[in-house]
Design a protein around this ligand. Structure first.
Ligand SMILES: [Zn+2]
Length: 88
C-alpha cells in the first residue's frame, strides 16, 4: 500500500469528479470522502503464475463519516500507478 501526497490525491479526486463520482455514501449518505492510499488487487487463477495481466492498480477511497471503503481502478481514471520511490 502506498500513501498518497496531496498533489496526487487532488489529481485522483478531479479524475473521479470528471467521471461523475459524486454520489453520497451508499451506507450512511455522507457526502464527504477521502483518498486513503493506493494499492493493487492481485487476481490469481489456480495453478497459474501471477502475471502483470492479473494485477489491477487501484486507489482506496473511504467515507469520512462511516469509513465505507471503495476502490477505483487507476487505469480507468487514466492515472498511471505510482512507483514506490527510493529517493526522499
Ligand atoms: Zn458513509
Amino acid at each position: 500500500m502506498i500513501a498518497i501526497n496531496l498533489e496526487r490525491s487532488n489529481r485522483i479526486v478531479e479524475a473521479l469528479k470528471a467521471r461523475g463520482v459524486d454520489k453520497p455514501c451508499p451506507r450512511c449518505g455522507n457526502l464527504h470522502f477521502g483518498v486513503v492510499a493506493e494499492t493493487t488487487i492481485i487476481t490469481t487463477e489456480p495453478g497459474k503464475q501471477i502475471s502483470t495481466d492479473l494485477v489491477v492498480p487501484t486507489v482506496i477511497v473511504a467515507c469520512n463519516h462511516c469509513g465505507f471503503v471503495t476502490q477505483h481502478a487507476l487505469g480507468a481514471l487514466d492515472i498511471r500507478p505510482e512507483e514506490p520511490s527510493s529517493a526522499g
